[in-house]
Design a protein around this ligand. Sequence first.
Ligand SMILES: [Fe+2]
Length: 254
Amino acid sequence: MASFTSRRDFLRQSGKAGLGVYVGLSGSALLTACTAAKKSVTSTVSHQDDPGFQQHPLPYAYNALNEAIDAQTMELHFTKHAAAYATNLQDAAKAENVDTTKPLEEVLQRVSKYSAKLRNNGGGHYNHELFWKVMSPSGGTAPTGSLATALTSSFNSFDAFKTAFADAGKNRFGSGWAWLFLDGDKRLRIGSTPNQDNPLMDVAEVKGYPVLGLDVWEHAYYLRYQNKRPDYIAAWWKVVNWEYVQKRYEAAIA
Ligand SMILES: [Fe+2]
């Protein structure tokens, strides 16, 4: 696993592309729009914990998160679903001449230039590698330090944040993800994306750097919770690895 050290420009490519929407503006309107666009590219994606293109070992046993997720679900999720995303991503990357020595995050930031296969499996691989890390059998407490302060500042309280984040997951129609992410001003935001999209992507419904992600595909919870996605989300808080989320947040705002 990479260390939390380096920094890179944030949404550099999508920021450049975003300038295109301002064609037709002039004078002060154009200046205002360009100022806003410049601001959106000044934050960072640090690539400090980029997963690359290979699946990494699960950092705990399949039954380690049983308080929230049963062992069979974890095993199927990791060895079938997530493994397939990694394999298919490697196939797509090879077919599309992607330099796999570069961070996967750089590819996702300009994923509109690639195929649907690369988008779906690149997102699927990235999202699941993050998902395993934001959970831990010793998780479930509450964030501390700068993340706790930022959550309170952004959402009024930790409980209010949890409610809003859970709502993002509950209200995602069909398959997708709920996210806590940093926008271009390094402010914490909550949002969701369909399928295997994530906020890094230039095609995403919400854009920024993901700090915490929750898989709300049925394959993540159906064996134990059937159609009761809210029950899965309520239990999931018991295994959130706030120590990792805190480190990820701190590295991104450094
Ligand atoms: Fe999943």
